[in-house]
Write a protein that binds this ligand. Structure first.
Ligand code: GLY
Length: 320
């Protein structure tokens, strides 16, 4: 996939075994996210502003495991992680285990611009939000009936699992993210998540960890990752993709090479969206699907729930 010049934006809405009945909602949500980010880019906004705008829309959509509608932890609480990274100077803002902020990606960006720190967690992150006038929300505002019912059903069994089967109920997939290249040639990446279902309170996944959940470097690429955090962080997957690009691979090759390492070295599954400094796009995963949308430099929006690379000749994008 190639967008020859100008701005480019890619978003994902999680890589998972997304059931067929949820495909349309995932694709529509990704389209909404990409439209919001694209509006920023086409009005002269930065890549950093565009990825924040795109991820905010995804955080608002309860289809996804980010912001409102996130999975609940073992104590029936929402705990959110997010990261944003600026490819110009490698500056990072990241927050972990926040419970009272509807848009953790915005809190992460505030940290990037207004603090000498790169990462804050829990109560300290929320104190920083208050100090800088970011809205604080009640946990109930992030909670959906769907997720509460799911948590109750899992706990009624007496043996709730971290990776509960979802049955036929609509459910969120996973982490959301965005990568952008702006007209000035700057790259940025952002990722936001509610983490894994029934996680231990305080568990932090890959998403807010620099180089794991996201990475952006104007010299190579911007990457956002999704999938099983405990596996993704072991291979530092987003930085790994950038390192492969530095070695001469294109965006798709680098994404696939990193997923190959993930598959070889861990039992985990995941996916990445990749945007290199020339505007080339890569989408790679070893999950059954990855929900995504992107806008090319000509302004065309492309959406899909992609089949694995190994199947791509047999199973093209759903075209939803
Ligand atoms: N990739 C999201 C998580 O594991 O928390």
């Amino acid at each position: 996939m190639h967008a020859s010049s100008g701005s480019v934006l890619v978003v994902h809405g999680g890589a998972y075994d997304i059931p067929l009945e949820s495909h349309e909602a995932h694709v529509a949500g990704c389209r909404d996210g990409v439209e919001a980010g694209w509006a920023v880019l086409t009005s002269g906004g930065s890549a950093l502003a565009a990825v924040e705008a795109a991820v905010r829309v995804l955080e608002e959509n309860p289809t996804f495991d980010a912001g409102r509608g996130s999975f609940l932890n073992a104590a029936a609480q929402v705990e959110l992680d997010a990261i944003i990274m600026d490819g110009r100077d490698l500056n990072v803002g990241a927050v972990a285990a926040v419970q009272h902020v509807a848009h953790p990606v915005t809190l992460a960006r505030l940290l990037l611009t207004e603090s000498e720190h790169a990462m804050l967690a829990g109560a300290g992150a929320e104190l920083f939000a208050r100090e800088h006038g970011l809205p604080i929300c009640a946990p109930e505002e992030l909670l959906t009936g769907r997720e509460l019912e799911r948590w109750k059903a899992a706990h009624a069994t007496g043996k709730p699992q971290a990776w509960e089967p979802w049955g036929s109920q609509p459910h969120p997939s996973d982490t959301v993210g965005a990568v952008a290249l702006d007209a000035a040639g700057n790259l940025a990446a952002a990722t936001s998540t509610g983490g894994t279902f029934n996680k231990h309170p305080g568990r932090v996944g890959d998403s807010p960890l620099v180089g794991c959940g996201a990475y952006a470097d104007n010299r190579t690429a911007a990457v956002s990752a999704t999938g099983e955090g405990e596996a993704l962080m072991k291979v530092v997957i987003s930085k790994l993709v950038c390192d492969f690009i530095a070695q001469g691979m294109n965006a798709q090759e680098a994404g696939e090479a990193a997923i190959q390492i993930l598959a070889e070295r861990t039992p985990g599954e995941g996916g990445v969206i990749v945007l290199d400094r020339r505007g080339q796009i890569g989408i790679a995963h070893n999950t059954p699907y990855i929900a995504h949308a992107y806008v090319t430099s000509s302004g065309e929006i492309v959406t899909g729930i992609q089949a694995p690379a190994s199947n791509r000749n047999q199973r093209s994008d759903d075209g939803l």
